[in-house]
Write a protein that binds this ligand. Structure first.
Ligand SMILES: *Cc1c(COP(=O)(O)O)cnc(C)c1O
Length: 357
């Protein structure tokens, strides 16, 4: 019987990760493979872990990193700035964390001393996207000054995140600032910064541009491009990669002819919205066993282009099957392509099963 599930084509996923990592490595760029969009689902982490060209496994949640295979030869990277309350787990389970506050780095240093370990950090600079990162040169100097004194911390390098929040598109010029800051810090503080982490899937398009990425950029943190086969600055498909690794499928639990307009006086729906209905007469309406608790319909595209999503509530998605009423029936599965947000939600819902094919 069909249950709501994400179907994962493991050969296509492995191809995507291997294909892009190889291309990056050939250009002197190491790869941090980001597992957060599928909540570090262990069978998929295992696929990433097998790809030789991947240097780091990376996630934004320490709980996900704690599930990584213990015998992996990759370094484990925590992407989200550590909470002060989780430094013990960060030092224990992550090799590297991304940081922007000296208070947090100080806490990591003390915890590393306590555990008799070294912890590596990448210092994040905000180059305009306005999510995480140090913003002012004066603060960068102050942080650097104390950071070089931290006995149990290895200052691995600098990083930037772009596009995720402010939608700022990476350019050669923006990333060159990272290169300049590295040169300045190395000279001023007598350190060697080995890693310049130039962003995420939105930096990929620069590889094919004239001038491209500054040569000193030697790491990227890649999530979306591996799973959806596209770069994220412009949403363009990456030739040679698959866009259909994941499919969401859910069964029909009601299938009937009904009106297209609700009957009675209309107020607000369960979410405080006043929905708009179009009168198409009697239509074939189907309900599938998925709802807003699992995924928002804006992230779903029916594979069968004849279907139209009419709306959803917490546990139901309502679809117009009028263009092909005889091709479906009670219990049949309906399949969808997922956007990034849809993948994130479907993998987070405990009601959506996962199946590798
Ligand atoms: C999520 C995340 C990434 C990966 O971004 P994609 O767009 O999925 O490639 C990289 N770096 C940080 C800090 C992140 O939070």
């Amino acid at each position: 019987m069909t249950r709501p599930k994400v179907l994962i084509d493991k050969e296509k996923l492995k191809h995507n990760v291997t294909f892009l990592s190889r291309k990056l490595q050939a250009q002197g760029i190491s790869v941090a493979a980001v597992t957060k969009v599928f909540s570090a689902y262990p069978p998929l982490v295992a696929i990433y872990n097998e790809v030789e060209e991947v240097s780091y496994l990376a996630d934004s949640r320490i709980e996900n990193i704690m599930k990584y295979p213990k015998d992996s030869d990759k370094a484990f990277m925590l992407l989200r700035l550590p909470m002060l309350s989780e430094v013990e787990d960060v030092v224990r389970y992550a090799t590297i964390s991304l940081n922007s506050h000296i208070e947090t780095i100080r806490a990591l240093n003390e915890e590393a001393a306590r555990q008799g370990k070294r912890h590596q950090i990448i210092l994040m600079l905000d180059l305009g996207d306005l999510r995480e990162g140090i913003y002012e040169l004066e603060e960068l100097k102050a942080v650097a000054e104390e950071l070089v004194q931290c006995q149990h911390i290895d200052w691995l390098g600098l990083g930037v995140n772009l596009t995720c929040y402010g939608a700022v598109i990476p350019t050669y010029g923006i990333l060159q600032r990272l290169v300049n800051d590295k040169a300045y810090l190395e000279e001023t503080y007598g350190v060697t910064l080995y890693v310049l982490s130039g962003g995420n899937s939105s930096s990929l398009y620069l590889l094919d541009e004239e001038g491209g990425l500054p040569e000193e950029i030697n790491n990227l943190r890649i999530g979306e491009a591996f799973v959806l086969g596209r770069e994220t600055a412009f949403g363009r498909i990456i030739p040679g990669m698959y866009q259909d690794v994941f499919t969401l499928r859910a069964p029909i639990i009601e299938y009937r002819d009904k009106a297209s307009l609700p009957v009675g006086t209309l107020g607000m729906n369960a979410f405080g919205e006043a929905p708009i209905f179009i009168d198409k007469g009697i239509i074939k309406r189907g309900i599938i066993a998925l709802g807003r608790q699992d995924v928002d319909v804006v992230h779903l595209t029916p594979k069968d282009e004849r279907l139209e999503i009419l709306g959803s509530s917490s546990d139901h998605i309502i679809i117009d099957f009028s263009a092909c009423p005889d091709d479906y029936s009670l219990g049949a599965g309906v399949e969808f392509h997922l956007s990034y947000g849809g993948l994130l939600a479907a993998f987070t819902s405990p009601h959506v099963y996962k199946e590798l094919i």
